[in-house]
Design a protein around this ligand. Structure first.
Ligand SMILES: O=C(O)C[C@H]1C=CC(=O)O1
Length: 96
């Protein structure tokens, strides 16, 4: 199942910089491992914001929930999820 996900990150200003850097490094490794696996298909930065648009390809809602709640930055994120399905007019072969 495909899901469009928007993640907005808001790291509190009073979090020590070293702690923030450690969490961000963990987040990058977590994200890149999921991209390697194919479950996190795409990620784009939203210009001018500490936010991204991502595309996940997972088995079901429960798997998406598990992956998102496992994000090292999860506690500092606002996340919006939109389930997607193939458009009947699509000519692409890779959007299911
Ligand atoms: O920077 C972000 O958008 C938040 C998060 C998502 C992947 C990653 O490496 O960091």
């Amino acid at each position: 199942m495909l899901f469009h996900v928007r993640m907005d990150v808001n790291i509190p200003r009073d979090l020590p910089a070293s702690e923030a850097a450690e969490i961000i490094a963990k987040e990058k490794a977590y994200s890149q491992a999921l991209q390697e696996s194919g479950k996190w298909r795409h990620i784009w930065r939203i210009a001018g914001q500490y936010a991204n648009y991502s595309l996940f390809d997972v088995k079901d809602n429960a798997e998406l929930h598990e992956l998102l709640t496992g994000l090292p930055l999860f506690r500092f994120m606002k996340i919006e999820v939109t389930p997607l399905l193939r458009h009947p007019s699509s000519i692409r072969t890779d959007d299911t």
